[in-house]
Design a protein around this ligand. Structure first.
Ligand code: PLP
Length: 339
């Protein structure tokens, strides 16, 4: 089976397993785990922030960030297709008593004008705006890699209004690779950033939340509140250190995604959105198939993708699929839809 459902399906390499087994550990809730401390220090350095916190998942990282940045009853401005809206169980409402003001943002990035229009000062009737949450790459809009300059302008607009900015950068390194910039081209514009070690970078578990030292100190408390304080977490942090070194490999995933997209686009009835990173969206409507029907057909030929809308299937390339696997996947999908 060629598994293109997500880059989260990557398995830890032999090297990662060995590092996990040999990791120096301590009780991280007491701040005693040297491997976690090393990972947090390295991760903070990579994104150019003062401090970082190792968290079990990207979702928890985003949720902690919202909680630390805001007060109950505030609003968060974000794109309507963002992960925090679509896939986090209304966590901003549940954990932080926030209301979300969604914006239909082109490419998922609100413009400075949209931020200004959405901003509320607050008052007797109105909730004040407490946070702008941005996402890069933008998952639901097809792994779009945002332009660093436009990204910074939007973040700067929020700051002019005294609104902090969080970056859901689950796949931030994919964006940096796509634009051939250092990640700090994005992170220097925001107050906090979350990125996943467990996606294209290949670690089995974990994400990083980074920000100022003061922000991370508060975040550590919220992580404990949410039950995310982990004990000998060096066991899972050690593969994260190796994952951090896999950033440049993402380029290969992008090449594979482009190859996949170009070939799938030749299949009559399948409409492919040109990928910018490692995500390929395929509209199955022209085949007269729902996404679910399409996925059943291709699975019968040995390829898995995921359902991303009633007629949208999502293919994600990652370290565990080679260029040869991609050729095989193209062949399999072609056969599946021609039967
Ligand atoms: C995957 C993802 C997350 C959440 O990460 P988990 O580790 O699965 O909780 C958050 N934001 C975006 C954009 C993602 O793609």
């Amino acid at each position: 089976m060629i598994d293109l459902r997500s880059d989260t399906v990557t398995r830890p390499t032999e090297e990662m397993r060995e590092e996990a087994a040999g990791a120096a550990v301590g009780d991280d809730v007491h701040g005693d785990d040297p491997t976690v401390a090393e990972l947090e220090a390295r991760a903070a350095d990579v994104v150019g922030m003062e401090a970082a916190l190792f968290v079990p998942s990207g979702t928890m990282g985003n949720q902690i960030a919202a909680r630390v940045h805001t007060d109950r009853g505030q609003e968060v401005i974000t794109d309507r297709e963002s992960h925090v809206v679509r896939y986090e169980r209304a966590g901003f409402a549940q954990h932080s008593a926030l209301q979300i003001r969604t914006i239909d943002a082109e490419r998922g990035l609100p413009t400075p004008e949209q931020v200004r229009d959405a901003y509320l000062e607050g008052g007797l009737h109105r909730p004040p705006t407490g946070l702008l949450s941005l996402e890069n790459t933008h998952n639901a809009r097809g792994g779009l890699a945002l332009d660093p300059e436009q990204f910074s302008e939007t973040a700067a607009t929020a700051h002019e209004l005294d609104v902090p900015v969080h970056l859901d950068g689950a796949r931030l390194f994919n964006a940096a690779v796509a634009h051939d910039v250092d990640v700090t081209a994005y992170t220097e514009a925001v107050d906090s950033v979350m990125f996943c070690l467990s996606k294209g970078l290949g670690a089995p578990i974990g994400s990083i939340l980074a920000g100022s030292a003061e922000f991370i100190e508060a975040a550590r408390g919220i992580r404990k509140l949410l039950g995310g304080g982990m004990r000998q977490a060096g066991i899972v942090a050690a593969p994260g250190l190796t994952a951090l070194k896999n950033r440049s490999h993402l380029e290969i995933d992008h090449v594979n995604a482009t190859r996949l997209a170009n070939s799938l686009d030749e299949i009559e009835g399948l409409a492919i959105t040109e990928p910018e990173t490692n995500i390929v969206l395929a509209d199955t409507g022209g085949l007269g198939l729902s996404a679910a029907e399409f996925l059943d057909l291709i699975e019968g030929e040995g390829v898995q993708a995921s359902e991303f809308g009633p007629e949208i299937a999502r293919f994600v390339t990652h370290r565990d699929v080679s260029a040869t696997d991609i050729e095989d996947a193209i062949e399999a999908v072609t056969v599946a839809v021609s039967n």
